[in-house]
Write a protein that binds this ligand. Structure first.
Ligand code: 5AD
Ligand code: SF4
Length: 457
């Protein structure tokens, strides 16, 4: 029997990437094989992102292309999945009559059954009710052979925060945590397979286990995972600034496996805007966390997400964000232009800014961030770090082959090519040059260990 093939196109956040990995695992259990070519696939799935309009429009444009392929080979099945599917199910069915399957982020576990039904009955399936078992839905069952040494482990799904601009609480529904023992088992399995970097995923991970009666909070969980032996590092994304306390901050000095990196989404530097965003912390709370992190023995990289052009953001509010950037000098910042999302409270606000103002503020903040990052990155020059090799650099050329990887701080490092077999392995690299986005270095024999990776060497 010829095996069937699948192709997954993933948009958006790491959570979507982890979900796609889980879907791939489910399909492989059903005898599907992955293919790199959508033209050749019997089953194509788009795993979509609804956080900003740009990503949503991109998903529609890919869908148009795949539906065109289906016209030439009608037995191909096309599924539209993820956050846009959840939000737009009714419209999708109307707008794209050839689309076979619409499936929300909480209905993935039943995919094999849906595919079976589509093969045997005619018709189409819309599944957005979310009644499936979430633990199964979020447990990766297999990983691709091209793994780069990184594993994503979903510790919780959904979000209860309702930041006023954000669609996620509507598409991924209420928060639900996986059991600590299940998380631990999955991390152990990944480490045993040789995975070197584990990222714990959730929309608001520091809220893990907050609900009454749950056996473990977030710090309990990472302490438990830190007891797993093996040569690996772990990160988490994203925490919520309002949850961060001294106990969590102390973990960066105390836990052996915790990477020295905190992604701390600020969203705005203005208290007025934070309030309108329904973010329950102030600029002062946030700066206090940063100060405590910077007082640790460990050099912890701080990265962020920020939105410019939120409705009502005055020039003064924007200056507050700039000032915060000047103070903190982020190691990395993801700067987003505000994108109204229908159904969120902020979409109803009437004091929207012109696109011109949003574009100008975005470009200027990006420039400020880049200057700060370049300055801050100089502290790495002369230090040796453990770099997890991801593969050949996209800028590699036959006369100048290069590898690319990441430090524990999550900095991208470019180094001379040493061989393809190093993908997914740690290499010790001494940094000799630093730019705003990239560090450059040479492999060295000298030992680094986690202490050196934390830059106290
Ligand atoms: N517009 C722009 N950026 C947004 N984000 C979430 N919702 C929106 C929106 N409506 C950003 C936030 C979040 C990141 C994942 O996406 O900064 O942290
Ligand atoms: Fe969206 Fe806020 Fe939840 Fe993050 S914490 S997913 S920004 S609602």
């Amino acid at each position: 029997m010829m095996s069937r093939t699948y192709y997954i196109e993933t948009f958006g956040c790491q959570m979507n990437k982890a979900d796609s990995e889980a879907i791939g695992g489910l399909l492989e259990e059903e005898g599907f094989e992955s293919t790199e070519l959508p033209e050749a696939a019997d089953f194509i799935l788009l795993n979509t992102c609804a956080v900003r309009d740009h990503a949503e429009q991109k998903a529609y444009s890919y869908l148009g292309r795949y539906l065109q392929m289906k016209r030439n080979s009608p037995r191909k099945l096309i599924a539209f999945a993820g956050c846009v599917a959840q939000k737009e199910a009714a419209n999708l069915v109307q707008r794209f009559p050839e689309l076979d399957l619409v499936v929300g982020p909480r209905n993935f576990t039943a995919l094999p059954e849906y595919i079976h039904r589509l093969r045997t009955d005619s018709g189409r399936i819309v599944a957005t009710a979310g009644e499936e078992d979430l633990v199964d839905a979020t447990t990766p069952r297999s990983r691709g052979a091209d793994s780069t040494g990184q594993g994503w482990v979903t510790i919780m799904v959904g979000c209860d925060r309702f930041c006023s601009y954000c669609i996620v609480p509507y598409t991924r529904e209420r928060e639900k945590c996986r059991k600590p023992a299940d998380v631990e088992q999955e991390v152990r399995e990944l480490v045993e397979k040789g995975i070197k970097e584990i990222t714990l995923l959730g929309q608001s991970v520091t809220g893990y286990g907050r609900k009454a009666g749950f056996e473990s909070d977030f710090v309990d969980l990472i302490e438990r995972l830190d007891c797993i032996s093996g040569n690996f590092r772990m990160r988490f994304t994203s925490p919520y600034p309002g949850d961060i306390d001294q106990r969590l901050i102390g973990c960066f000095d105390e836990l052996e496996h915790l990477a020295p990196h905190l992604h701390l989404p600020v969203q705005s530097g203005s208290n007025e805007i934070l309030k309108r965003m329904n973010r329950r912390y102030t600029r002062e709370d946030y700066l206090d966390i940063v100060e405590k992190i910077r007082q640790l023995d460990t050099d912890v990289a701080i990265t962020t997400d920020v939105i410019v052009g939120f409705p009502g953001e005055s020039e003064e509010d924007y200056q507050q964000t700039r000032e915060l950037f000047e103070k903190i000098k982020y190691d990395k910042a993801y700067i987003f232009k505000y994108s109204p999302r229908e159904g969120t409270p902020a979409a109803e606000y009437e004091d929207n800014l012109s696109q011109e103002v949003i574009d100008r503020r975005h470009a200027a903040l990006l420039e400020l961030y880049e200057q700060g990052a370049e300055q801050r990155n100089q502290r790495h020059v002369g230090k040796t770090y453990e770099v997890l090799i991801e593969g050949e650099s996209p800028k590699s050329s036959p006369d100048n082959r290069q590898l690319v990887g990441r430090t524990g701080h999550n900095n991208v490092v470019v180094l001379p090519y040493l061989g393809a077999d190093l993908e997914g392995e740690f290499v010790n690299v001494r940094i000799n040059k630093a730019a705003s986005y990239t560090l450059f270095g040479e492999p060295v024999e000298e030992e680094t260990n986690f202490i050196a990776a934390r830059a106290v060497s």
